[in-house]
Design a protein around this ligand. Structure first.
Ligand code: GLU
Length: 471
């Protein structure tokens, strides 16, 4: 049997960390077994579903590299099929029309509560044969009243539900629209899903879905319910804990492989191993090894992983992502240093691509201001001959290569009888506006001849202007 998994988000918001992990687990399981991964957009709630959310979900999956083999299927395009299944269940007596009004249902609820019973629909329309004039009926599933539903969950183990605890759930609302449990069942069946891997907030729906599948004469898929993700304070992960959407992590400068690596470890482990390449994840992942208890989201560990991937991924790959971040800052990546050189120069000192892009700005944009403290300390009259000598030397340099640039700085310090720092620091402030930058030869190299000469000249002008005697 070929494995078929699905990711079935409701497009009522961005793809968040929990959803992304569900998508990843489904994707890994399908890839591991040479199966198919299906994307299904559950947009039957027409009021809450938006195009924008659909786009955000597709964009997030594409950025993470979780490619799907089929879909996206849209439930909103499948209403005729749902109607057909509801009709069939009605015809076979496995579903029935319920004409109870809101008021009646509320009265039933109150009576049950007064008797200290769990509120549930009591099935009073099960045997009704006549319609009730003026009431648009809902369609309810005729749930078995006896026996139990056993879910052999691949994460939780055996979970048993008594049928008498499950009431006759609504399959179609009074306006004819199908409900969640019906659409999921029809789709899982039609799409021949073999493994349903989803959040454990759906565990209570599972026995109902199994009963409907059985009523349709179908063999239910296997289920794996994944425990939820908590914030560090133990509460369910939410916006209060910081970024929760995948696109926010992209925008903050995380690499997709860092986020995937983080997500795979969130609730799943393979010994003590922390770093997993995508291939390793596919190879090693298994549903049985998913933790039974909730996991805690740890932003500093994610940041650590991101730095690891910035350092160890192919610089060309990192450069590709850096290009996107530079674009976001309004920088044309063609008008500056080679991006691979930038990555090599900056990756050790930056933890995110956003930080790296910000540190790169100095190599693109004209310097508009100097850090006042750095300028006061280093762009002084004392530095004037240093900068003038450097300017001269750089002008005469035949090739703009890191080694030659290094020698030029050393030669200048020797010629002036100054310590290297006395030369390098004013130069650094002249070039970058600040006293922190990558090593000076790297900075010079990345900046290029034209910008270097212009910036030293400008720093010289600044010193001269400041040293003019006051009138
Ligand atoms: N659409 C449901 C959700 O976003 C998922 C349903 C399922 O996986 O069965 O929670």
């Amino acid at each position: 049997m070929s494995i078929r998994t699905r990711f079935a988000p409701s497009p009522t918001g961005h793809l968040h960390i929990g959803g992304a992990r569900t998508a990843l687990f489904n994707w890994l399981y399908a890839r591991k077994h040479g199966g198919r991964f299906i994307l299904r957009i559950e947009d039957t709630d027409l009021e809450r579903s938006t195009r924008e959310s659909v786009n955000a979900i597709l964009e997030s999956l594409a950025w993470l590299g979780l490619d799907y083999d089929e879909g996206p299927y849209f439930q909103s395009e499948r209403f005729p099929r749902y109607r057909e299944v509801i009709r069939r269940l009605l015809d076979e007596g496995k579903a029935y029309y319920c004409y109870c009004t809101k008021e009646e249902l509320e009265a039933m609820r109150q009576e049950q509560l007064a008797r200290k019973e769990k509120p549930r629909y009591d099935g009073r329309c099960r045997h009704r044969t006549e319609p009730r004039p003026g009431v648009e009926p809902v369609v309810r599933f005729r749930n078995p009243t006896e026996g139990e539903v056993v879910v052999e969950d691949l994460v939780r183990g055996r979970v048993v539900f008594a049928n008498r605890e499950l009431d006759d759930l609504i399959l179609a609302r009074a306006d004819g629209t199908p409900t969640y449990n019906l659409t999921v069942v029809v789709d899982d069946l039609d799409m021949q899903i073999t493994h349903v891997i989803r959040g454990d907030d759906h565990l209570n729906n599972t026995p109902r879905q199994i009963n409907i599948l059985r009523a349709l004469g179908a063999q239910p898929p296997r289920y794996a319910h994944v425990p939820m993700i908590l914030g560090e304070d133990g509460a369910r992960l939410s916006k209060r804990h910081g970024a929760v959407s995948v696109l926010e992590y992209r925008d903050q400068g995380y690499l997709p492989e860092a986020l995937l690596n983080y997500l795979v470890r969130l609730g799943w482990a393979h010994g003590n191993q922390e770093i997993f390449s995508i291939d390793e994840m596919i190879h090693l992942f298994d549903l049985q090894e998913i933790n039974k208890s909730a996991s805690t989201f740890n932003p500093s560990k994610l940041l650590w992983l991101n730095h690891h991937y910035l350092m160890h991924s192919n610089p060309l790959h990192v450069a590709h992502h850096l290009r996107w971040h530079l674009g976001r800052l309004g920088v044309d990546p063609e008008e500056g240093p080679d991006l691979v050189d930038l990555v090599l120069a900056l990756r050790e000192r930056t933890k995110t691509l956003a930080e790296m892009a910000k540190s790169s700005l100095v190599f693109y944009r004209d310097l508009t201001e100097f850090d006042p403290e750095a300028a006061a300390k280093y762009l002084t009259e004392e530095a004037l001959p240093v900068l003038q000598a450097l300017l001269e030397r750089f002008r005469q340099l035949d090739a703009w290569e890191q080694e030659k640039l290094h020698q030029a700085v050393v030669a200048t310090s020797e010629a002036l009888g100054q310590k290297l720092g006395k030369v390098a620091q004013p130069l650094r402030v002249a070039l970058t506006g600040s006293s922190v930058s990558p090593p000076i030869d790297v900075t010079l190299y990345l900046l290029g001849r034209e910008k270097t000469l212009a910036r030293i000249a400008r720093a010289i002008d600044r010193i001269l202007a400041n040293s003019k005697p006051a009138l």
